[in-house]
Write a new protein. Structure first.
Length: 59
């Protein structure tokens, strides 16, 4: 549930059918593409210190 909160996606969405699962999708995107998976309401390019937040590897 925590992952769903940060991603704003559910493991039951159509994108995660077949071999692609939510956890695998996130793992493949991180650490280099956090902006591709993170909910856009949580991190935008207009945010103060965007570059630092983008490089954060807490996931």
């Amino acid at each position: 549930m925590l992952m769903e909160t940060f991603l704003r996606k559910k493991p039951t969405e159509e994108i995660f059918s077949g071999e692609i699962k939510l956890k695998h999708w996130v793992t493949k995107a991180l650490p280099g593409s956090i902006t591709e998976v993170l909910d856009t309401n949580l991190l935008t390019r207009e945010d103060k210190n965007f570059a630092g937040k983008e490089q954060c590897h807490l996931f």
